[in-house]
Write a protein that binds this ligand. Structure first.
Ligand code: NAD
Length: 276
């Protein structure tokens, strides 16, 4: 079901499915979307300092807690420290600023947004400290390639619990996914729907037809069956419902492989080795 969780290596339970809010500006549409998603049973929300919408996300969380009887500890809230805040003091300040904007006293998951060379190790020290002090339930990274993870893990006292990267049928990230799977790092997909660029794909359309589902549902189901946490973005009620309706069917192994065969290492977002 929608609240199904994966257990991170430190025992914290993280929902397999959540709502992403990239490019959704502060305002009533944002607050409504997050509240509506929670009302529909979404427990996980993915934001970031750079999205500039933590206040609205926080407002939606508070209103949902008041109106729908959901409790804070049932929710799983993720944010990320931006590239300009990766010095020791700045990272602490960024965490505190995110908490303040969200109106929360802890996050469930805090991520280093991008692997800025010569910076991410120092920022990781801060995340480790926050974690050891019990101020955040889990810590991780985003957009880390294998070589970034190797570098981090050579010095890390606490290894990352999650790596959130661009992942969809045209970018299956085999190397980094295999590395994460081997090392107990939960793999999480961003832009799982390739920001809308997969809806015309003939194979995905054929499979949607076969399973009596939509292309979005087929892709998101493929994520789950691959052991990948997924956080599709939508602000529209009918799509928020549609995207979550993926727990009542199963793709065959053969169809799973066909979808994975669409890979062509094609990105919609920046390349983590060259993102400035
Ligand atoms: P996405 O792949 O989730 O696609 C979103 C787009 O698809 C939107 O335009 C939406 O209107 C459309 N859409 C959603 N559901 C649909 C449906 N059922 N039918 C038709 N169209 C539909 O793209 P995204 O927002 O880039 O990624 C999801 C989340 O991942 C983000 O909101 C954000 O939280 C996270 N993210 C993280 C990073 C990172 O660097 N860590 C980068 C990008 C995104």
């Amino acid at each position: 079901n929608l609240q199904a969780t994966t257990t991170l290596y430190n025992g914290v339970k993280m929902p397999w499915f959540g709502l992403g809010v990239f490019k959704v500006e502060e305002g009533p549409e944002l607050v409504h979307a997050v509240k509506f998603a929670i009302k529909q049973g979404y427990h996980s929300i993915d934001t970031a300092a750079i999205y500039g919408n933590e206040e609205g996300v926080g407002q939606a969380i508070r209103e949902a807690i008041n109106e729908y009887g959901i409790t804070r500890d049932e929710l799983f809230i993720t944010s990320k420290v931006w590239n300009s805040d990766l010095d020791y003091e700045a990272t602490i300040a960024a965490y505190e600023a995110s908490l303040k904007k969200l109106g929360l006293d802890y996050l469930d998951l805090y991520l280093i947004h991008w692997p800025v060379e010569n910076k991410f190790i120092e920022a990781w020290r801060v995340l480790e400290t926050l974690y050891k002090e019990g101020r955040v339930r889990a810590i991780g990274v985003s957009n880390f390639q294998v070589h970034h993870l190797e570098k981090l893990m050579q010095v890390a006292v606490v290894k990352p619990m999650v790596n959130q990267v661009e992942y969809h049928p045209r970018l299956t990230q085999q190397e980094v996914k295999a590395f994460c799977d081997r090392n107990g790092i939960q793999f999480e997909a961003w832009s799982p729907l390739m920001q809308g660029q997969l809806f015309d794909n003939p194979l995905l359309k054929e499979l949607a037809n076969k399973y009596n589902k939509t292309v979005a549902q087929v892709i998101l189901r493929w994520d789950l069956q691959n052991g990948v946490v997924t956080i599709p973005k939508s602000t529209k009620e009918h799509r928020i419902i549609e995207n979550a309706s993926i727990f009542d069917f199963e793709l065959s192994k053969e169809d799973m492989n066909k979808i994975s065969g669409l890979n062509e290492n094609h990105r919609v977002g920046p390349d983590p080795d060259n993102f400035d």
